[in-house]
Every structure is written in C-alpha cells, then in structure tokens.
Design a protein around this ligand. Sequence first.
Ligand code: PEP
Ligand code: MN
Length: 356
Amino acid sequence: MEPMQKPFVVAGPCSAESCSQLERSASDVMSIPHVVMIRCGVWKPRTRPGGFEGMGEAALVWIAEIKQRHPDWRFCCEVARPRHVELAMSYGIDAVWIGARTTADPFSVGEVAQALKGCGIPVLVKNAPMPDVAPWIGAIERFEAAGVASVMAVHRGFATYRDSGLRNSPLWDIPIELRRLRGDLPILCDPSHIAGHSDKVGHIATMAMAMGFDGLMVEVHDNPSEALTDAEQQLSSSQFASLMEMLRMPHDDEAVAEQRLADLRLAIDGVDEQLLLLLHQRMQLSKSIAAVKRCYDLPVLQSRRWNALLSDRLARAERLGLSQQFVKEILEKIHSESIRVQIDDGGKRDEDANQP
Ligand code: PEP
Ligand code: MN
C-alpha cells in the first residue's frame, strides 16, 4: 500500500448484502475524491440474536469478483477471529478493521494479531466501547508487536447508558489523549456509529475534521432504507457526496496556518495559566472553609449551598453563551475536588494534632 494519503477516507455499506448492492455502493463512493478504500461488513457482530449476521465467505467471493472488474478498488472488512483473517486474505482483501467488541477482548486481539502476522496489510483498530484509552492502546500495541506495519486507530464513540441523542458518545477527549500519547498514529473518525442517524453524521464528521483527524470511515449504502444493518445511520450516495463537498479537507498550506495559530496559542497559554492560578486559589479557600466547618462541627458537604451555587453559576453560564452541560461537568469536578481537599486537610490536621 502506498504511503498514507490525507485525508484518508474509507466509505461503503455497513454490510455486504449482495454483489450488486456492494458494487453499486462501491462505485458511488469511489467516484468521490479522497475515498481510498471501500468498507463492507462480511461478518457482523450483533448485540442481540436474530439479526442479519453478514454473508461471510459469499461476500468475499463478491469482493474478489468486483476487484477483477475494478483492479484499483481496495476493500476492507471486519475480522474478529483468526479464521476470518485466513479467509479474508485468501480472497485478496486489502485491509481489515477490528470492531469495537473485539478491541475490548485482549485474548481475541492477541489471536487475530497472530493470524495477521506477515500478511502485510493495514489494520484499522476501532476503540473498545468502554470510555477508556487503555484498551484501545493495548490492542494497537498487540498488532504492532505482531509486526503489522500500518496500524490506524478509528474513533467510533463510546457506549453510554444515558440517552445523549447520539448512538455512541464521542467523548472527544479520549481520541485527543490517544493523539497526545501516540502522535505517530493516524486516527480516523467513524461518524456513522457515533451519530446513529444519517441526519447527524455530517455534524460529527465536520467536528472530527476540524479537530485534525486524519480521515473518516463512513457508512454509505446505495439504498439505506432497504439496508439489512444500521439502516438509520447509513448515508445515501448523494448524501455522502454532499457531505464530502461540504467538508473542508485540510490543505497543504500548513506553514501559513501555523503562523496564524501561534498568536492565538499564546493567548490560550495565558488563559490556561490564569485558570490554574484560580483553581489553586479556590482550593486554598476550600481549606479555609474546612477549618471553619471543623471548628463548628459542621459537615463538609452542604447540599443547600451546593444546589444554590450550581443554579447561580449555570444561570451566569447561560448569559455568557456557555454550554450548560460543559459548565455543570466542570463545577461538579471542582466541587468533588473541594470536598476531597476539605476531608484530606481535616485528616492531616487531626494527625498533626495527635503527634507527641
Ligand atoms: C461496523 O463498523 O459496522 C461496526 C460493527 O462497528 P463497531 O465495531 O464500531 O460497532
Ligand atoms: Mn454498522
């Protein structure tokens, strides 16, 4: 495979359903600039039994047939077992991806990594469903240890029990942390599985490209309403074409952009410094408050004050046009840290007082 193209866009149906459906969808996505590979599920992991579980080897036969007609088209599919790898390789698949459920299981990852040894194809590793960077990095390392030269990460969002209006929560700080820890690794975003609905795919894809992701993996079906899996979230070919038109893909003028960003980054450094000083000041105040509470035997947690504080700050945040959810999460973090500091500080003072 040639060096990684940027942006690296993988697109195609959630599942390969028939040879004609696959070829039509593939032909549509391959006509769009930046699309380097066609995705299609061959074995489909389903959360609940009874659904369409993929066509298996029959789909690989179609892929091989289509590749004969279009030798420059590249295909990737999900593999979850060593047997999937063997079959996929025997039909000339160009790359594979590791699904979220597989990434979560180190034994499966280890077996699939061994099976991929020496295959020489790229491996795209989706994050595990749990909101943690560690299983994702662990899986990536297992493929690297097996000698896979081209490993890419795919951010597909994280499982959430709350109804956030999206299928999976993006928790952008996790892929950002992956980028911080592994700056060498290309990271794609799968906006389809984050969004869960075709209406929201564009918004997530735009955010990902704005945050400097290296590309996308998007589900595109030539007739989404008839799709056997993930019908709600697959884009039609024309929706995908409009999305790719609309996305501002990064261009080469990076030096100019860097120059313009430098001043703004300096200003951000200044603001962050102030934020840290203010947080320090706030924790010092918590310690003073702890001393008063201790003196009058008052409990550390004062629910009435906390409720009043929260509503006051949220109202102020609203007037400033800040997201309520964002400010609430920050205040909750500050509040629990303040409680921890007050309790710890009290404990330390008691210990000191008991010193002979
Ligand atoms: C898929 O890409 O079709 C898929 C099953 O994804 P995930 O593993 O992210 O759920
Ligand atoms: Mn899918």
